[in-house]
Design a protein around this ligand. Structure first.
Ligand SMILES: C[S@@+](CC[C@H](N)C(=O)[O-])C[C@H]1O[C@@H](n2cnc3c(N)ncnc32)[C@H](O)[C@@H]1O
Length: 247
């Protein structure tokens, strides 16, 4: 957890250098309403426009995603063992790839894929902070040709940002990778907006020999996350999510 704290301290220093706490908590309120109500902005890639929202994502959602993915990979038998390569699809600031990578000994080499150059720069920093050899690639992760396996592949909170057609293309690619023996973890919120495509993915993973879980656990939130949670009128004392896994 020392590296997790080091990562948070660096994020706090960087993002709160030019913004006040109340600017970031106001941006967090706007961002959480975009995630819940204005989903179209996500497929257009505009949900994180503005320094305030980028800071809110980095200081609030990214640490929550880290804690959830770490919990998930430690709970699924065998998930922390496996190939030396990890691909982080829609890596954002790299939180979920780092969470999985940091739970493994030895840590895998991580490739983060995202369409946003700014987030890829953050992801490089994140992987480094967690002692992982990381590289990043700017691409559309739904259609990108992935490096040859064997690999672990994670897509956390990113599949729901794809348009329906792109999501179907990705599912076909992911199932082909599972058939080749790759380990694949998809993580999404429990929120209702995921439901329309969830069943199809869950069934596909289960037919391929995998499993699907819903997660709910209480975690002690890092102080900056707890403070933002209260200030923005949210309540993440219980961390939740769902995941299909195949390994
Ligand atoms: C909510 S963030 C999740 C980031 C990270 N996986 C995490 O768990 O914190 C979703 C990310 O997916 C990226 N993204 C969405 N659609 C994409 C696409 N078609 N190709 C590449 N990146 C995409 C966005 O730029 C954003 O960084």
């Amino acid at each position: 957890m020392a590296r997790f704290q080091e990562w948070l301290d660096a994020l706090e220093a960087r993002h709160l250098a030019d913004l006040t706490f109340s600017q970031v908590s106001g941006a967090l309120r706007a961002l959480s309403s975009a995630y819940v109500e204005r989903r179209a902005k996500l497929t257009q890639g505009t949900a994180l426009s503005g320094a305030g929202k980028r800071a809110a994502f980095a200081l609030f959602y990214a640490p929550l995603h880290y804690l959830l993915v770490r919990h998930v990979v430690e709970a699924i038998p065998g998930a922390t063992r496996g190939p030396a390569t990890l691909v982080d699809l829609g890596c954002g600031t790299g939180a979920s790839g780092a969470a999985w990578g940091a739970a493994c000994t030895p840590g895998p080499r991580v490739t983060g894929i995202d369409r946003s150059p700014g987030r890829l720069a953050e992801a490089s920093h994140t992987y480094r902070t967690f002692g992982l050899e990381g590289r990043t690639r700017q691409a559309d992760f739904a259609t990108a040709t992935l490096q040859k396996g064997p690999a672990r592949i994670v897509a956390a909170f990113s599949v729901n940002e794809l348009a329906d057609g792109a999501r179907q293309v990705l599912l076909t690619q992911v199932l082909a990778r599972i058939a080749q023996g790759d380990r694949v973890l998809i993580v999404e919120p429990l929120a209702r907006f995921v439901a329309p495509w969830w069943e199809c993915w869950r069934n596909a993973f289960q037919s391929a020999g995998g499993r699907a879980d819903e997660w709910r656990f209480r975690a002690e939130l890092p102080p900056i996350v707890a403070k933002l949670d209260r200030a923005a009128g949210l309540d993440h004392r219980e961390i939740t999510g769902r995941s299909p896994w195949s390994g």
